[in-house]
Design a protein around this ligand. Structure first.
Ligand code: 13P
Length: 253
Protein backbone atom coordinates (compact mmCIF):
# COMPACT_ATOMS: atom_id res chain seq x y z
CA UNK A 1 0.00 0.00 0.00
CA UNK A 2 1.22 3.47 -0.84
CA UNK A 3 2.49 5.54 2.06
CA UNK A 4 0.76 8.87 1.89
CA UNK A 5 2.28 11.90 3.57
CA UNK A 6 -0.25 13.77 5.70
CA UNK A 7 -1.35 17.23 4.58
CA UNK A 8 -2.79 19.77 7.04
CA UNK A 9 -4.22 23.00 5.62
CA UNK A 10 -5.73 25.99 7.37
CA UNK A 11 -8.60 27.79 5.67
CA UNK A 12 -8.83 31.15 7.42
CA UNK A 13 -11.99 32.08 5.50
CA UNK A 14 -13.05 35.77 5.86
CA UNK A 15 -11.02 36.37 9.02
CA UNK A 16 -7.89 38.31 10.01
CA UNK A 17 -6.79 41.79 9.01
CA UNK A 18 -3.24 42.02 7.68
CA UNK A 19 -1.48 42.61 11.03
CA UNK A 20 -3.41 39.78 12.66
CA UNK A 21 -2.67 37.48 9.76
CA UNK A 22 1.04 38.25 9.96
CA UNK A 23 1.09 37.52 13.71
CA UNK A 24 -0.77 34.24 13.26
CA UNK A 25 1.49 33.18 10.39
CA UNK A 26 4.58 33.97 12.48
CA UNK A 27 3.35 31.80 15.34
CA UNK A 28 2.53 28.93 13.00
CA UNK A 29 5.85 29.12 11.17
CA UNK A 30 7.75 29.15 14.45
CA UNK A 31 5.76 26.30 15.96
CA UNK A 32 5.96 24.16 12.82
CA UNK A 33 9.69 24.60 12.21
CA UNK A 34 10.63 21.07 13.15
CA UNK A 35 7.67 19.32 11.55
CA UNK A 36 8.79 16.93 8.83
CA UNK A 37 6.04 14.32 8.80
CA UNK A 38 3.41 16.42 7.06
CA UNK A 39 2.81 19.07 4.44
CA UNK A 40 1.41 22.33 5.87
CA UNK A 41 -0.49 25.08 4.11
CA UNK A 42 -2.27 28.22 5.31
CA UNK A 43 -4.84 30.11 3.26
CA UNK A 44 -5.29 33.68 4.56
CA UNK A 45 -7.74 36.11 2.94
CA UNK A 46 -6.53 37.67 -0.34
CA UNK A 47 -5.74 41.00 1.30
CA UNK A 48 -3.14 39.45 3.60
CA UNK A 49 -1.44 37.17 1.06
CA UNK A 50 1.53 39.32 0.14
CA UNK A 51 2.44 40.14 3.74
CA UNK A 52 2.00 36.54 4.88
CA UNK A 53 4.19 35.43 1.98
CA UNK A 54 7.07 37.34 3.55
CA UNK A 55 6.64 35.29 6.72
CA UNK A 56 6.33 31.84 5.15
CA UNK A 57 8.99 32.28 2.46
CA UNK A 58 11.73 29.69 2.80
CA UNK A 59 9.86 27.76 5.53
CA UNK A 60 7.94 24.48 5.50
CA UNK A 61 4.60 26.35 5.47
CA UNK A 62 3.03 26.84 2.04
CA UNK A 63 0.87 29.78 1.05
CA UNK A 64 -2.61 29.02 -0.26
CA UNK A 65 -5.60 30.99 -1.51
CA UNK A 66 -9.25 30.26 -0.77
CA UNK A 67 -10.59 30.66 -4.28
CA UNK A 68 -9.76 32.03 -7.73
CA UNK A 69 -11.42 33.03 -10.97
CA UNK A 70 -11.96 30.46 -13.72
CA UNK A 71 -10.80 33.10 -16.23
CA UNK A 72 -7.22 34.15 -16.93
CA UNK A 73 -7.81 37.91 -17.03
CA UNK A 74 -10.12 40.61 -18.32
CA UNK A 75 -13.49 42.12 -17.49
CA UNK A 76 -14.39 40.19 -14.34
CA UNK A 77 -15.07 42.82 -11.71
CA UNK A 78 -14.18 41.68 -8.23
CA UNK A 79 -12.43 38.48 -9.27
CA UNK A 80 -8.86 37.35 -8.56
CA UNK A 81 -6.91 35.59 -11.31
CA UNK A 82 -4.45 32.75 -11.01
CA UNK A 83 -1.63 35.01 -12.23
CA UNK A 84 -2.45 37.44 -9.41
CA UNK A 85 -2.20 34.57 -6.93
CA UNK A 86 1.13 33.46 -8.37
CA UNK A 87 2.32 37.06 -8.32
CA UNK A 88 1.99 37.14 -4.51
CA UNK A 89 3.57 33.73 -4.00
CA UNK A 90 0.55 31.42 -3.73
CA UNK A 91 1.27 27.80 -4.62
CA UNK A 92 -2.06 26.13 -3.81
CA UNK A 93 -5.71 27.09 -4.12
CA UNK A 94 -8.88 25.79 -2.48
CA UNK A 95 -11.56 25.16 -5.10
CA UNK A 96 -15.21 24.19 -4.71
CA UNK A 97 -15.53 24.87 -0.99
CA UNK A 98 -19.12 24.26 0.14
CA UNK A 99 -19.46 27.92 1.13
CA UNK A 100 -18.68 28.81 -2.51
CA UNK A 101 -21.09 26.15 -3.74
CA UNK A 102 -23.96 27.02 -1.40
CA UNK A 103 -23.70 30.77 -0.75
CA UNK A 104 -22.32 31.78 -4.15
CA UNK A 105 -23.99 29.16 -6.30
CA UNK A 106 -20.86 27.54 -7.75
CA UNK A 107 -21.79 24.44 -9.70
CA UNK A 108 -19.74 21.36 -10.60
CA UNK A 109 -18.93 22.49 -14.16
CA UNK A 110 -17.76 25.91 -12.97
CA UNK A 111 -15.62 24.28 -10.30
CA UNK A 112 -14.27 21.90 -12.94
CA UNK A 113 -13.23 24.85 -15.13
CA UNK A 114 -11.25 26.33 -12.23
CA UNK A 115 -9.56 23.00 -11.52
CA UNK A 116 -8.58 22.65 -15.19
CA UNK A 117 -7.17 26.18 -15.25
CA UNK A 118 -5.19 25.65 -12.03
CA UNK A 119 -3.67 22.44 -13.40
CA UNK A 120 -2.82 24.08 -16.72
CA UNK A 121 -1.01 26.77 -14.77
CA UNK A 122 0.71 24.19 -12.53
CA UNK A 123 -0.96 25.34 -9.32
CA UNK A 124 -1.81 22.81 -6.60
CA UNK A 125 -5.50 22.45 -5.86
CA UNK A 126 -7.48 21.39 -2.82
CA UNK A 127 -10.74 20.28 -4.39
CA UNK A 128 -13.60 20.22 -1.86
CA UNK A 129 -16.58 17.90 -1.92
CA UNK A 130 -19.25 17.05 0.63
CA UNK A 131 -22.93 16.38 1.17
CA UNK A 132 -25.51 18.47 3.05
CA UNK A 133 -27.37 17.16 6.11
CA UNK A 134 -30.51 16.68 4.01
CA UNK A 135 -28.57 14.61 1.48
CA UNK A 136 -26.97 12.52 4.23
CA UNK A 137 -30.30 11.90 5.92
CA UNK A 138 -31.74 10.81 2.58
CA UNK A 139 -28.97 8.19 2.36
CA UNK A 140 -27.37 9.99 -0.58
CA UNK A 141 -23.97 10.95 0.84
CA UNK A 142 -21.95 8.46 -1.23
CA UNK A 143 -23.83 9.29 -4.43
CA UNK A 144 -23.52 13.06 -4.02
CA UNK A 145 -19.83 12.95 -3.20
CA UNK A 146 -19.10 10.51 -6.02
CA UNK A 147 -20.87 12.78 -8.52
CA UNK A 148 -18.99 15.83 -7.26
CA UNK A 149 -15.68 13.99 -7.68
CA UNK A 150 -16.52 12.69 -11.17
CA UNK A 151 -17.81 16.07 -12.39
CA UNK A 152 -15.05 18.12 -10.79
CA UNK A 153 -12.33 15.98 -12.34
CA UNK A 154 -13.73 15.89 -15.90
CA UNK A 155 -10.86 16.27 -18.33
CA UNK A 156 -8.21 15.85 -15.62
CA UNK A 157 -5.66 13.28 -16.78
CA UNK A 158 -3.90 10.77 -14.57
CA UNK A 159 -0.69 12.80 -14.85
CA UNK A 160 -2.47 16.05 -13.94
CA UNK A 161 -3.93 14.51 -10.84
CA UNK A 162 -0.61 15.02 -9.07
CA UNK A 163 -1.71 18.67 -8.64
CA UNK A 164 -4.92 17.69 -6.87
CA UNK A 165 -5.75 16.94 -3.24
CA UNK A 166 -9.36 16.13 -2.42
CA UNK A 167 -10.97 17.45 0.76
CA UNK A 168 -14.10 15.71 2.01
CA UNK A 169 -16.03 18.26 4.03
CA UNK A 170 -19.54 17.20 5.04
CA UNK A 171 -21.46 20.49 4.97
CA UNK A 172 -23.29 19.67 8.22
CA UNK A 173 -19.97 19.37 10.07
CA UNK A 174 -18.53 22.73 9.01
CA UNK A 175 -18.42 25.31 11.78
CA UNK A 176 -21.08 23.43 13.71
CA UNK A 177 -18.95 21.56 16.22
CA UNK A 178 -20.40 18.34 14.80
CA UNK A 179 -17.74 16.07 13.37
CA UNK A 180 -18.39 13.03 11.27
CA UNK A 181 -17.43 9.98 13.29
CA UNK A 182 -14.02 8.63 12.35
CA UNK A 183 -15.73 5.66 10.74
CA UNK A 184 -18.33 7.73 8.81
CA UNK A 185 -15.60 9.99 7.46
CA UNK A 186 -13.35 7.07 6.57
CA UNK A 187 -16.24 5.35 4.76
CA UNK A 188 -16.72 8.37 2.48
CA UNK A 189 -12.97 8.67 1.93
CA UNK A 190 -12.97 5.02 0.89
CA UNK A 191 -15.78 5.67 -1.60
CA UNK A 192 -13.78 8.60 -3.02
CA UNK A 193 -10.73 6.35 -3.37
CA UNK A 194 -12.83 3.69 -5.12
CA UNK A 195 -14.18 6.36 -7.47
CA UNK A 196 -10.62 7.43 -8.30
CA UNK A 197 -9.71 3.82 -8.91
CA UNK A 198 -12.56 3.52 -11.43
CA UNK A 199 -11.69 6.84 -13.09
CA UNK A 200 -7.91 6.30 -13.13
CA UNK A 201 -6.12 3.34 -11.59
CA UNK A 202 -5.65 1.52 -8.31
CA UNK A 203 -2.11 2.80 -8.03
CA UNK A 204 -3.19 6.39 -8.42
CA UNK A 205 -6.14 6.01 -6.05
CA UNK A 206 -3.74 4.71 -3.41
CA UNK A 207 -1.45 7.71 -3.86
CA UNK A 208 -4.17 10.35 -3.66
CA UNK A 209 -4.25 12.57 -0.58
CA UNK A 210 -7.79 12.91 0.77
CA UNK A 211 -8.24 15.40 3.61
CA UNK A 212 -11.16 15.55 6.02
CA UNK A 213 -12.67 18.89 6.99
CA UNK A 214 -15.48 19.88 9.34
CA UNK A 215 -14.93 20.89 12.98
CA UNK A 216 -11.47 19.34 13.15
CA UNK A 217 -10.02 20.25 16.55
CA UNK A 218 -7.01 19.13 18.61
CA UNK A 219 -9.37 16.84 20.54
CA UNK A 220 -10.59 14.84 17.54
CA UNK A 221 -7.70 15.21 15.09
CA UNK A 222 -5.62 12.28 16.34
CA UNK A 223 -8.43 9.78 15.90
CA UNK A 224 -9.51 11.13 12.50
CA UNK A 225 -5.96 11.25 11.16
CA UNK A 226 -5.24 7.70 12.20
CA UNK A 227 -8.01 6.31 9.98
CA UNK A 228 -6.78 4.35 6.99
CA UNK A 229 -8.19 6.63 4.30
CA UNK A 230 -7.87 10.02 6.01
CA UNK A 231 -4.65 11.66 4.90
CA UNK A 232 -4.93 15.08 6.39
CA UNK A 233 -7.24 17.86 7.43
CA UNK A 234 -8.67 21.06 6.02
CA UNK A 235 -9.16 23.11 9.15
CA UNK A 236 -11.39 26.18 9.48
CA UNK A 237 -12.05 27.61 12.96
CA UNK A 238 -9.18 25.85 14.71
CA UNK A 239 -6.69 27.18 12.14
CA UNK A 240 -7.29 30.71 13.44
CA UNK A 241 -5.45 29.92 16.67
CA UNK A 242 -1.82 28.90 16.25
CA UNK A 243 -1.88 26.74 19.36
CA UNK A 244 -4.83 24.71 18.08
CA UNK A 245 -3.57 24.44 14.50
CA UNK A 246 -0.16 23.28 15.76
CA UNK A 247 -1.79 20.80 18.13
CA UNK A 248 -3.66 19.31 15.16
CA UNK A 249 -0.38 19.01 13.25
CA UNK A 250 1.29 17.45 16.27
CA UNK A 251 -1.50 14.92 16.70
CA UNK A 252 -0.22 13.01 13.68
CA UNK A 253 1.20 9.75 14.91
P1 13P B 1 -14.43 24.33 10.50
O1 13P B 1 -13.14 23.61 10.85
O2 13P B 1 -14.56 25.66 11.12
O3 13P B 1 -15.62 23.44 10.73
O4 13P B 1 -14.36 24.59 8.92
C1 13P B 1 -14.04 23.58 8.05
C2 13P B 1 -13.85 24.13 6.70
O5 13P B 1 -14.78 24.56 6.06
C3 13P B 1 -12.47 24.19 6.19
O6 13P B 1 -12.47 24.50 4.83
Amino acid sequence: MAVRKKYIAGNWKMNKLTDEAVSLAKEIVEGAQKVTNCKIMIAPPYTALSEVKKIVKGTNVLLGAQNMSNEKSGAHTGEISIDMLKDVGVSAVIIGHSERRIIYGEKDDFINSKILLAIKEKMDVIFCVGETLKEREAGKAFEIVTNQVVNGLKGVTEKDLSFVTIAYEPVWAIGTGKTATDKDADDVHKVIRETLEKLYSKELAQKMIIQYGGSVKPENAGALLSMENIDGALVGGASLKAEQFLAIINSIK
